[in-house]
Design a protein. Sequence first.
Length: 532
Amino acid sequence: MKMNSALGRVAALAVIGAAALAAVAAPAAAKSSRDARRDALGQSRVPSAPMLAVVGLSEQRVTIYDAQGRMLQSPVSTGATGLETPAGIYSVVQKKAVHNSNIYEDGNMPFMQRITWTGIALHGGVLPGYPASHGCVRMPHEFAQRLFDLTDIGLRVIVVRDDIVPADISHPLLFKQNLARKDVAMAVPPPGAEQARGMRLGVTASANDASALPGSARYLEFLRSQATAKSAEAEAASKRATEARQAATRRAAEAAPATRNVRAAEANLARAEEALKTAERGLETAAPEKQQQAEDAKTKAAAKIAEAQAQLETARAQAQAKTEAAERAAEEAKAAEAARDLALDAASAASLRTSPVSVFISRKTLRLYIRHAYQPAYEGPVTIRDADKPIGTYVFTARDYLNNGADMRWSVVSMYKAGDAAEPAPQQGQARRKGEARSAEGAPADVAGAKAALDRIVIPPEALERITDVVLPGSSLIISDEGASIETGKDTDFVVLMSGEPQGGIKTRRREQPRYRNDFFGGGGGFFSFFD
């Protein structure tokens, strides 16, 4: 079971990693302008998958962004008063094209994209023009279907009080590619039979071949091919380990009867020896006319001993051979299982390298956390200057490579407008609920505040090394005064809720804890849905 579980994790990581890197066709209207752009290598850009969804509660709209900028926008209907959609940071953890709520009557939820396991989701539904859901984000049916077809598991979803537009940002603390990986990348020839044959002969690609550099499509393909190869090696190693363990079991089963035969032969010898002693005593006390008969009995008893000794020696030799074979098989099984575990670890690491890294720095806990493909990868202390003062909440997203992979283009979304973080959450009055005071455009992200937050942080070298092993587009950094929500758990990215904002839509569901998915904290089994 352990082996199957490990293989399942490798397969899941490979799927998530491939999905995170897959290119998705964008809408025709935006496609022409994006196709005109070219990357730093001079290659044509491929329209990328959505990276970010920003839900503005005041404006009642959702905006979808990819690496180039805004892709799509639509009105929405979020949680009604008392059931508010909580402002916070989420990601898509599950997608179902057809879903029905099992808690609310007539809860048809087409094109559902779950963002918490306790039931907050994006889905198609009725939009009355104001917040009216039980906590989910309703979208027009056609838009929900279009978005569903574009997105992958892992899409970052940010729910903000007022709509915020991501802004470009640069800062020395923002992660960039570990250029030592160039040496590995440049050793990989471009696709093709001749190149593959050159690899077998020990011929590597030229250092001038930019197609294999970090940041290129060839390099990402190289990472994916590595993950696939390592997964295949792990599968083969697991098969060998299973076969070796089965062989060891057979050898042990064969050795058991041989050991029992030795014990039986030893008992037989003991009986023969006792019979000889009896015959000897009989000879000593036999009458003259019985002497010959006693001699014959002694001779037969001695012969029985010789026969029993020969049988014992044969049984011992057979048992030793079978025991040694069983021991060798057990050692071979242990070695095969150790090799399997190493292969599984290598496959897991290769798969993780195809997945964007997610980093969370919490002022509340003074800790830095790393997740890869929804799995915890690291946790440790972090230094924050003036840790007793608020730092704000910001989501930084790696959007694309620059300068042949030497740099990364980052954007930031602040959870509040510039200078607005300390203000209390406004009450949802009737004017706002009906859209009378909604802005046409979102406010720009607070870049100055984000840079000030980055200036206060020192990341430990060991954490930085883990982060920059391979930095892919879609990697993220969250800095917050908050700690991770209890919603952060098995099969989730970091979930961060804004403590000063209404959270009715999630508090309502927390009252139903016995009906939560029972593997949320690491157990097995399915899950119970709670939705609008």
